[in-house]
Design a protein around this ligand. Structure first.
Ligand code: MCA
Ligand code: AMP
Length: 504
């Protein structure tokens, strides 16, 4: 019996070497990780979870949370991580859609989560930020040895929800083959080895922190400093012991604001990687001047893992996302005709390769609509490939805001705002924000005679939407600009409020 992804992780594990190092000196060797993942896998099995069943996890970042992910791989369960910022209203949708058998949350939210999990037939166990909880209590009584479930390349390893431009979130189904092939490729192109020590300050419920950072570290037999969240001072204190960092552009913007960042602070660092959102050329240049390091920018998506990367050797060009990864085909097509465009012409970025997901969970029509007849995934990103082969992302064909590396779909936010009594309609846009890259901004039209203020609008969203999706500013307008077809001209609004967060 073989378990495609976990067998590779096990083969790369160096038993007495550290995998996770926590602040305060606590560390987890690979052999500890294998043993605890075995105990948890036995627990999952004893709870009646079978290969293919979903395990939804909305917990704070901890070593145990990562080990739970490994336990799910071992037991054949499909891991379903959820942003800790999601409200109960949002959680209800994910549980209803994915129908997990088990939901793992901190003890503090167990009771409320049970109210939405039980009607869907899911059991709830707990895992707290300090590693305690009912799941771990059960695991203590289990054996570390576990016969890993048989899983092939095409079997699901995880479902990650990604919001839709229309309707509710879609669950991207990622297979063992998707995750293993991408992690091995990244390990090789970024030259990650057992000598590397990664600063892991990303959340572990998205592709970036979970698959890119964690799987690449595991498959290299390397180590990571696991931080609960990004804190520039803590990161700078760890840097003299580290070699590698992965982050969203906001990490680099915030590091640059810290006077401790200089050549000396990064003397042991080998590589800084950025992704999930566009890295401004000025951030790239400023970082190079301050540290001597050219940040390596790469491009990915939940549905595809990583697609392109600037080179390890060779020029890392600011404002580009580099070359297609080995084994991944990237092309640019005319969105109207689907015809492949020549170099330097802007069109839709399409992707094909072993990294591309299996489809959206129980949404065959949506899946079919996102693929071309010849099997390319239509990214929704607009870009071009220059004559030297570097991919440039020049815009988005999808109505999406990326704030601090998190995706926000305006449609979802507008849907909530439009339900507020007294609101006629709204348009949610992203405009330049010095810290988050883009700031979620709502332009709201009220009914005649109705006066609402920003606080009232935001107050109505508190329990409905995760905090990061809530507008940083709400602007009231008489009406929304429309084109002759009646479509709201968001580009006009984006222009109008372009300096909202940068005005002095
Ligand atoms: C927190 N807040 C945010 C964000 N994060 N608001 C907008 N956008 C955000 N990203 C809210 C907080 O709730 C808080 O609200 C206020 O903003 C300020 O919080 P702050 O303490 O500054 O936030 P933080 O805790 O320091 O978090 C900022 C962060 C974090 C470090 C940038 O958002 C982060 O770790 N982002 C990484 C996201 C990520 O991993 N993306 C990868 C997706 P208030 O105080 O008002 O209550 S995977 C992906 O995109 C693809 C596959 C790829 O290519 O990687
Ligand atoms: P998600 O669906 O959350 O995984 O977000 C994927 C989207 O993030 C992509 O479709 C891009 O729009 C964006 N993205 C990821 N990496 C980059 C990057 N390096 N530069 C610009 N956009 C990026």
């Amino acid at each position: 019996m073989s378990n495609h992804l976990f067998d590779a992780i096990k083969a790369a594990a160096r038993s007495d070497a550290p995998f996770i190092m926590m602040n305060g000196g606590r560390s987890w060797n690979y052999e500890d990780v294998l043993a605890l993942s075995g105990r948890i896998a036995n627990t999952i099995d004893a709870l009646g979870i079978r290969p293919g069943d979903r395990v939804a996890v909305q917990v704070d970042k901890s070593a145990e949370a990562l080990i739970l992910y490994l336990a799910c791989l071992r037991s054949g369960a499909v891991y379903l991580p959820l942003n800790t910022a999601y409200t109960l209203n949002e959680l209800d949708y994910f549980i209803g859609d994915a129908q997990p058998r088990l939901v793992v949350v901190p003890a503090a939210t167990r009771d409320s989560v049970e109210t939405v999990a039980k009607p869907h037939g899911a059991i709830v166990e707990t895992l707290n930020a300090d590693g305690s909880g009912s799941l771990m209590d059960l695991a203590k009584d289990e054996q570390p040895d576990f016969v890993d479930a048989s899983r092939g390349t095409d079997d699901l390893a995880a479902i990650l929800y990604t919001s839709g431009t229309t309707g509710r979130s879609k669950g991207a189904m990622l297979t063992h083959g998707n995750l293993l092939s991408n992690a091995l490729t990244l390990r090789d192109v970024w030259r990650v080895t057992a000598d590397d020590r990664l600063i892991h300050a990303l959340p572990i419920f998205h592709t970036h922190g979970l698959f890119v950072a964690t799987n690449v570290t595991l498959l290299s037999g390397a180590s990571m400093f696991l931080l609960p969240k990004f804190d520039p001072d803590e990161v700078l204190s760890l840097m003299p012991q580290a070699t590698l960092m992965m982050g969203v552009p906001t990490f680099y913007v915030r590091l640059l604001q810290n006077p401790r960042l200089d050549h000396h602070a990064v003397s042991t660092m080998r590589l800084f990687i950025s992704g999930s959102a566009p890295l401004l050329a000025e951030t790239h240049v400023e970082f190079k001047n301050r540290t001597g390091h050219a940040i390596l920018e790469r491009y990915g998506m939940t549905e595809t893992n990583m697609n392109t990367s600037n080179p390890y050797d060779g020029e890392r060009i600011a404002g580009t996302v580099g070359f297609p990864l080995p084994g991944v085909t990237v092309r640019v097509t005319d969105p109207a005709t689907g015809k492949v465009l020549p170099a330097d012409e802007t069109g839709m970025i399409e992707i094909k390769g072993p990294n591309v997901f299996k489809g959206y969970w129980r949404m065959p029509e949506k899946t079919a609509a996102e693929f071309t007849a010849d099997g390319f995934f239509i990214s929704g990103d607009l870009g071009k490939i220059d004559p030297a082969g570097y991919v440039h992302i020049v815009g988005r064909g999808k109505d999406l805001v990326i704030s601090g590396g998190y995706n926000i779909y305006p449609k979802e936010v507008e849907g909530e705002i439009d339900q507020i009594v007294g609101v006629v309609e709204s348009a949610v846009i992203g405009v330049p924000h010095p810290d988050f890259g883009e700031g979620v901004t709502a332009v709201v039209v009220c009914k005649p005679g109705v006066v609402l203020d920003e606080k009232e609008v935001l107050g109505a969203l508190t329990d409905r939407l995760a905090r990061y999706k809530q507008p940083k500013r709400v602007i009231f307008a008489e009406d929304l600009p429309r084109n002759t077809m009646g479509k709201v001209q968001k580009n006009v609004l984006r222009q109008q409020y372009a300096d909202l967060y940068t005005r002095t």
